[in-house]
Design a binder for this molecule. Structure first.
Ligand code: 5GP
Length: 196
């Protein structure tokens, strides 16, 4: 992976329903240098999702072909669907932009193996498990079975917190956003020291 410039890569992982999408969009609005990495997935689109904007929605056959051709920097099976980050998209974007990845712990592990990346790994959580369940229910985008599946996946996620640089609690969206901004600003400075 090429990463010689000034630009940084921010991974934002979280269980579903913690506000990751809202925060990612807020970062992008305030810092136009940030582009969101649009993943490939075999999951069917939700009613509010747009192909090529939220995800590149592809068939299982197409996804497996891309794996075989080694087109992904990372990919993972999550809730019986495949998700992955295409090399070509990252390589093009990082030349002129910072990138935000909305990927899970499996993808984070795989990206961490690339050396010399200006990579910041943030895990976002609610301040309690009860609150997480409430938000999943309120989101109303998934069936009860889906909600339970996503909720139980959180116990697996917790085991991988050590792989992250920061754990940030989203109790209040504005405070959480400010914390993420600080992390980004300080990390940019840190990388300037490390890579000069
Ligand atoms: P959702 O189906 O709710 O959009 O996403 C489910 C999970 O897949 C989330 O935890 C999200 O971060 C993760 N995810 C989305 N895209 C990717 C990807 O390209 N790679 C990996 N490893 N995880 C992804």
């Amino acid at each position: 992976m090429q990463h010689d410039g000034e630009n940084i890569m921010v991974i934002l992982s979280s269980p579903s329903g913690v506000g990751k999408t809202t925060l990612t969009k807020k970062i992008q609005q305030k810092y136009p240098s940030f582009k969101i990495s649009v993943s490939h997935t075999t999951r069917p689109p939700r009613s509010n999702e747009v192909n090529e904007v939220d995800y590149h929605f592809v068939s299982m056959g197409k996804f497996k072909e891309l794996i075989k051709q080694k087109k992904f920097y990372e990919h993972a099976e999550i809730f019986e669907n495949y998700y992955g980050t295409l090399k070509e998209n990252v390589d093009k974007t990082i030349i002129n932009n910072d990138i935000i990845f909305d990927i899970d712990w499996q993808g984070t592990k795989q990206l961490s193996k690339f050396k010399n990346l200006k990579l910041i790994k943030i895990y976002l959580i609610t301040d309690s498990k009860k609150e997480l369940k409430n938000r999943l229910i309120k989101r109303d985008q998934n069936s009860e079975e889906e909600i339970n599946k996503r909720f139980s996946a959180f116990d697996e996620d917790i085991k991988h917190w050590n792989d992250y640089d920061y754990i940030v609690i989203n109790k209040n969206l504005d405070i959480c956003f400010k914390q993420i901004e600080k992390i980004i600003e300080n990390s940019k400075k840190k990388f300037t020291y490390l890579f000069q």
